[in-house]
Design a protein around this ligand. Structure first.
Ligand code: NHW
Ligand code: EN5
Length: 388
């Protein structure tokens, strides 16, 4: 059934019943001298390209490949539209490897036709902190689909990750592969219900009028929590302490240090937004919330070309109730003109989704580890990892 995935060190569906297999690496590392030295062969018309994300011309080509060929919803009404600045942020974290930014182009026209990427991360599974690659932005041009190019891209990124003496990876997908560690649901909170209904993202509920719907989703003009403000560079140490203590509660979560927090959480306009609560009395940072910006192209709509979506990222509450904190996140997202605020049912998100009028989406997100077994998987609420 899975001609490629059957050959890979991932949980195989047929092993699901075997309770004797331990948690941890599925196969041991091989000596670096045994890692294949040259790239996997591509069909003759194509060549590998190690990408330079600092090159604006390349970045524009990558942006365009993804904007036209990346992930769509199940009814092909929307397509993710990652911005160039977002791609640069996502692909150039601390200690990134240029060799893990892998393009495929047509030899003759030099057109970029496929891409896959990895970035390094330390991810903890139970009490084991593992150096991993986070794999993302796998994309094959629509005209080259179903030709088994994806397995070549995956083997090539695996080879280049192995060359750095890294043997595990984490990735997410909307499709079921062998074998998810957990399956999450997307939830959506309307901020601009009229537009969402106009583009077919949501529907007018039964016995609801447009004006009742607009009223239902209304939010205050400004955040309500005293001391709620944007995160700044001077907050990195405090945010790192809060986040490390919080993420320690989950079975699978990133092991962030201050360098990681500065990259992944310091606000960048239209890429990532972070807010915190600084106690007006003690000036202590007690709570934190963040979201990233990922618009979707609206396909085939006469009135609108894009939806502006915020995606819940990492949130930590110690003093402000999580529901109140997330309500303030919704308020700032609304102020900044987002149309919808999305969240997965990971971490403690279940505790506020219904109360804050999120509704379940039609999409799921499956989380995977490569060459690392977690017997029986975990619940979404045990997952402390958000991939972009
Ligand atoms: S998930 C988003 C993936 N991208 C898209 O959905 C964009 C639109 N679709 C496409 O571009 C986030 C193509 O349909 C793609 C497949 C390229 C998806 N993950 O070339 P063939 C990520 O980026 C398997 C993994 O003929 P295609 C995460 C499929 O099961 N495998 O198909 C990426 C089949 O194998 P099987 C996927 O439609 C994680 C084979 O590909 C997959 O022309 C990557 C068919 O290939 C997916 N999303 O191209 C893994 N979709 O065994 C990283 C399909 O079933 C692993 N397939 O026969 C770790 C590596 C690093 C390890 C380091 C130690
Ligand atoms: C790797 N980083 O399906 C990611 N999105 O629910 C790759 N649905 O937007 C994997 N179909 O439910 C990504 N509106 C997998 C996700 C791919 C994209 C996707 C879903 C997630 C989505 C929307 C639009 C559906 C359009 C028709 C949806 C309902 C919203 C409604 C708002 C009001 C309250 C009830 C829910």
């Amino acid at each position: 059934r899975h001609k490629f995935w059957e050959t890979q060190p991932v949980g195989q569906f047929r092993d699901a019943a075997d309770t004797s297999l331990p948690d941890g690496p599925i196969e041991p590392p091989t000596p670096l001298s045994e890692v294949r030295a040259d790239p996997y062969p591509l069909p003759a018309a194509f060549e590998w390209l190690t990408c330079d994300l600092d090159d604006d011309a390349f970045l524009a080509d990558l942006y365009s490949l993804l904007a036209h060929n990346y992930v769509e919803d199940d009814e092909n009404m929307f397509r993710f539209n990652y911005s160039p600045a977002f791609l640069r942020w996502a692909l150039k974290p601390p200690s990134f490897f240029r060799a893990w930014h892998i393009g495929v182009r047509a030899k003759e026209s030099k057109k970029l036709v496929a891409f896959i990427s990895g970035v390094p991360a330390r991810i903890r599974a139970r009490d084991d902190v593992v150096r991993m690659a986070e794999i993302n932005f796998l994309c094959v041009h629509k005209k080259l689909r179903s030709k088994r190019l994806a397995p070549v891209l995956i083997r090539e990124v695996t080879r280049r990750v192995h060359q750095e003496n890294i043997w595990q990876a984490a990735y997410t997908a909307g499709v079921v592969l062998p074998t998810p560690i957990t399956t999450c649901r997307y939830w959506h909170r309307s901020l601009n219900p009229k537009k969402l209904i106009d583009v077919g993202f949501s529907r007018l509920g039964p016995r609801m009028t447009m004006s009742r719907t607009v009223r239902l989703y209304k939010l205050p003009d400004a955040p309500l929590t005293p001391g709620f403000r944007r995160m700044e560079l001077r907050d990195v140490a405090a945010v790192t302490r809060l986040l490390r203590a919080y993420l320690a509660r989950f079975v699978v979560a990133p092991d962030f240090d201050e360098v990681d927090v500065e990259h992944w959480l310091l606000p960048q306009e239209d890429v990532v937004d972070s807010y915190l609560v600084e106690s007006p009395e003690t000036h202590e940072v007690t709570d934190f919330c963040s979201f990233y910006t990922l618009p979707s192209s609206v396909l085939n709509n006469a009135n609108y070309a894009t939806l502006k979506a915020a995606y819940s990222y990492y949130n930590v509450s110690t003093k402000t109730p999580l529901q109140q904190l997330m309500n303030d996140a919704l308020i700032v997202a609304k102020q900044k003109n987002y149309d919808v605020f999305n969240a997965l049912d990971v971490m403690e998100n279940e505790s506020f989704l219904k109360e804050l009028k999120f509704g379940p989406g039609d999409g799921q997100l499956h989380y995977y580890l490569y060459n690392y077994r977690i017997r029986n998987g975990i619940k979404p609420s045990e997952l402390g990892l958000v991939l972009l």
